[in-house]
Design a protein around this ligand. Sequence first.
Ligand SMILES: [Zn+2]
Length: 98
Amino acid sequence: MVTELLEDKGWKWLEGEYENIKTHIKVMCDIGHKFWVSMGSIKALNGCARCSGKCTDPEFHTDQLEGIITGHGAEWVAGEYEGSEVKIFIRYHQGHEF
Ligand SMILES: [Zn+2]
């Protein structure tokens, strides 16, 4: 189960709900980095982007990026933050959901 995978890595589940393997949830790694990850990729990851050295800029936190994206009415759908290169997919909210 996903929760066991997270526990194995020492990660905490912060936000989001499990729907399917593509669902993204917000997790916190064992040293406190917060990021969004898809259920399907948790297993494949050895560490979070910052722990594994992919993210080298400590000034620019994923949380801030997330804030910028959501501030624009968009949603972080997939991908991860890697250093100065941002390789993420953003989905803009369109229409209303009732
Ligand atoms: Zn980390």
